[in-house]
Design a binder for this molecule. Structure first.
Ligand code: HEM
Length: 458
């Protein structure tokens, strides 16, 4: 007979929480605090009862590697993530198995390196077009929400670069719908008893309405392409021209809708948040901002940056990496184990939810010195080389790693370079800035700033 000291029977430590709800109340009220404290108090594998579910948090990069790479076939996207299905359908983020593999193979070439040069030109062109608007914001000298402005800019870039679509007029509508979607999905994920979506509850009605708004925009993109006579050689063309090797059939409009919706939503919100947090951090660290502006003036002067120049903007790239360390837009990644597994020496049962949090791992004191300090030089190659691969994972990893990471970094660096060399964004004193952990990590009350134009570099 096994004794309780048998390692095979050992349960990972963790907070019990409420007798019925487990840790759900804290998961709702203070998710970042719950998981940060969980790792601090209990270590690299923590067990949380969460209402009807059992959740395990892992925080050691080796265990993350096992889930994402070495034993990836044993892990799938969770039922919690599947709550996004009414919005994202069978798009890349949620699909599984052979279907996912085929769709990924179709989409991936659109993000290849040789495509990025063309995308870089489109991105810088769109930022230049937007500069008169940003100049006007600066000239007015009044506070505005930098977060909302960046969301609009990145949405316009995403629409143009991936789908040849002009989404600049849709920014407000999309932002409102996306906020509703994120809030409602978050509420559903945290419900003790999930209620059927067909019930006409106010939240369900709001969600359906928001999805209708997004559907109209996405089907608009697809219809416009159906009617267009010019080949565009972008992601949308790749998806539309794809034919099944066996049946010769193309993708249905429904599947196209799911892929386009996934790419629009997964792509613009995350990238805009990364940029927003970056400017927030620069606002708090004038010495880093001064170093960034010096680099931009030295390398670029007033020239428009190109893809080829980006490797020479080392500090710019490190600022972005460090910002995504402290505020990873995808703050939590989750999987469900299909069969029993062992992580961190603890046996975990099939069916358990495994979560790992870039937000927590990026602050793990075993891998990050003085983790709360903003220090872009942590990403100097010689210092980065001392850390395990999965100590920094803003884009996840393994076969399900973010398909748009190259585009996100390209966009992030170009927009950061072009805006930071031209404007200083002064945070409005007293405006509270706190991260809100929904599906993505966003500034709960936006980022109120006043912009000023910098003098042109001499
Ligand atoms: C800073 C910006 C971004 C961050 C932090 C980010 C983060 C992530 C992460 C962590 C994952 C993996 C999720 C998991 O393993 O469960 C992911 C997947 C994905 N991302 Fe991104 N992302 C960003 C930008 C983009 C962009 C620009 C696009 C496309 C335009 C995009 C499209 C996707 C898609 C389609 C997936 C699912 C891939 C698959 O499962 O095959 N993301 N992203």
């Amino acid at each position: 007979m096994r004794t309780t000291r048998d390692p095979a029977r050992r349960l990972p430590p963790g907070p019990q929480g409420h007798w019925l709800l487990g840790n759900l109340p804290e998961r709702r009220s203070d998710p970042l605090g719950l998981f940060l404290r969980g790792r601090e108090r209990y270590g690299d594998v923590v067990r949380y009862p969460m209402g009807p579910f059992l959740m395990h948090q892992i925080s050691h990069p080796d265990d993350v590697k096992r889930v994402l790479v070495d034993n990836a076939q044993n892990y799938q996207k969770t039922a919690l993530m599947q709550r996004l299905r009414p919005v994202l359908g069978e798009g890349l983020l949620l699909s599984e198995g052979g279907f996912w593999r085929r769709q990924r193979r179709l989409a991936q070439p659109a993000f290849h390196k040789e495509r990025l040069a063309g995308m870089a030109r489109d991105i810088t062109g769109l930022v230049e077009d937007a500069l008169p608007h940003w100049d006007a914001l600066a000239a007015r000298g009044e506070p505005f929400d930098l977060s909302a402005e960046l969301m609009g800019l990145v949405l316009a870039i995403t629409g143009r670069v991936l789908f040849g679509a002009d989404l600049s007029g849709a920014a407000r509508e999309v932002a409102r719908a996306v906020t509703t979607v994120l809030e409602e999905i978050n509420r559903q994920v945290l419900a003790v008893v999930p209620l059927p979506a067909a019930l006409p509850l106010p939240g369900h009605v709001r969600l359906r309405r928001a999805i209708r708004v997004l559907d109209r925009i996405v089907f608009g993109i697809i219809d416009a392409r159906h009617q267009s006579e010019h080949p565009s050689a972008d992601l949308l063309d790749l998806l539309m021209e794809a034919r099944d090797a066996d049946t010769g059939e193309g993708m249905s409009d429904r599947q196209l809708r799911d892929e386009v919706m996934t790419l629009v939503l997964a792509g613009h919100e995350t990238t805009a948040n990364a940029l927003g947090w970056t400017f927030h951090l620069l606002g708090q660290h004038p010495e880093a901002e001064a170093r960034l502006v010096t680099e931009l003036s030295r390398v670029l002067g007033e020239r428009t940056p190109t893809l080829r120049e980006l490797p020479t903007l080392g500090y710019t790239s490190r600022v972005l990496d460090e910002s995504m360390r402290l505020y990873p837009p995808a703050w939590l990644i989750s999987r469900v184990a299909l069969a029993d597994d062992v992580l961190g020496g603890y046996p975990l049962p099939a069916g358990t939810i495994v979560v790992f949090l870039p937000y927590v791992i990026h602050r793990h004191p075993a891998f990050w010195e003085r983790p709360e300090v903003f220090d872009p030089d942590r990403f100097l190659p010689e210092r980065a080389a001392t850390r395990p691969r999965f100590a920094w994972l803003p884009f996840g990893g393994g076969q399900r790693m973010c398909v748009g990471s190259g585009l996100a970094l390209l966009q992030g660096q170009l927009v950061l370079a072009m805006l930071a060399r031209r404007y200083h964004f002064q945070p409005v004193p007293g405006h509270p800035v706190e991260p809100q952990a929904l599906v993505t990590l966003r500034p709960r009350h936006g980022l109120r700033v006043v912009a000023t134009r910098r003098a042109a570099p001499r």
